[in-house]
Write a protein that binds this ligand. Structure first.
Ligand code: HEM
Length: 238
């Protein structure tokens, strides 16, 4: 028996969505305060998360609850690899490591993929529908903030195999509504999606620390320069 999962997920994660939007890192990002070092750490975190999710989704592609939403057009791993090559160079694999928050996120994906694969729907929804919803805006913000007019380092936001993102989201929501699940399973998927939001927030909070440190460094440099020169110039906001 199918249930209206799409609407339940949207309603059931509204609060988490608002909380995620309001984390320091995300709201700084929205204001165009993007430090390249923090940003490339985010790209590395996302790489590990999508690598785990896509490996598990491909492995479970015939699972009756996962097969209807296992759209390969959504895959982000290759795009993230290209972005990592841009930020870290060709030997990026030797340079990036999983942050504690990304490690916890990956561990959760691997765990449920073994114990209760249906719950992967909550993770899939949280990331891909979010990516399809905010992608273009976030790409433009990142491009401006990092002074990068090209797509280099920003392939994550581009879905070359999806022509119309809005139409695709409608297809995705219809597929979710047809999943062969009952209401107790729908409840568990919504709960897991909220957990996925929480894991994303943890990743952002970790990066927030890096961002604050980067801003602090710039400010410290400015103040020490000012002390040396005796200038009374005001610091310029980022
Ligand atoms: C940068 C801050 C963010 C902004 C401005 C933003 C904006 C939006 C907007 C406008 C929509 C509605 C699109 C539509 O109705 O078709 C949306 C949907 C969505 N966003 Fe975000 N978002 C943000 C951050 C996030 C984050 C951090 C996540 C999760 C990691 C996320 C996950 C989602 C999901 C899953 C949806 C689909 C909701 C649904 O229709 O069921 N968003 N977002």
């Amino acid at each position: 028996m199918a249930v209206a999962l799409a609407a339940q997920l949207r309603e059931g994660t509204k609060k988490s969505h608002t909380m995620a939007e309001n984390t320091g890192f995300v709201s700084c990002f929205l204001k165009g305060v993007v430090d390249k070092l923090s940003y490339r750490k985010l790209v590395a975190d996302l790489y590990f998360v999508y690598e785990a999710m896509e490996e598990e989704m491909h492995r479970l592609k015939d699972h009756p609850v996962l097969a209807p939403i296992a759209f390969e057009q959504l895959d982000r791993r290759q795009a993230l690899e290209e972005d990592l090559t841009f930020y870290f160079g060709a030997d990026w694999r030797n340079q990036v490591e999983t942050s504690p928050a990304a490690k916890e996120y990956v561990a959760r994906i691997r765990e449920i993929a073994q114990s209760s694969p249906e719950l992967l729907v909550g993770h899939h929804y949280t990331r891909y529908l979010g990516d399809l919803s905010g992608g273009q805006i976030l790409k433009t913000i990142a491009q401006k903030a990092m002074n990068n007019p090209t797509d280099d380092g920003l392939h994550f936001y581009v879905f070359p195999q999806i022509e119309d993102e809005k139409a695709f989201k409608t297809t995705y929501r219809s597929a979710m509504d047809e999943l062969p699940i009952d209401q107790p399973m729908a409840d568990r998927i919504v709960e897991e999606a909220n957990h996925a939001f929480h894991l994303n927030m943890k990743m952002f909070q970790e990066l927030e620390g890096n961002l604050v440190a980067a801003i602090g460094k710039v400010l410290f440099g400015f103040l020490t320069r000012r002390q040396r020169t005796g200038s009374t110039e005001e610091p310029v906001a980022a």
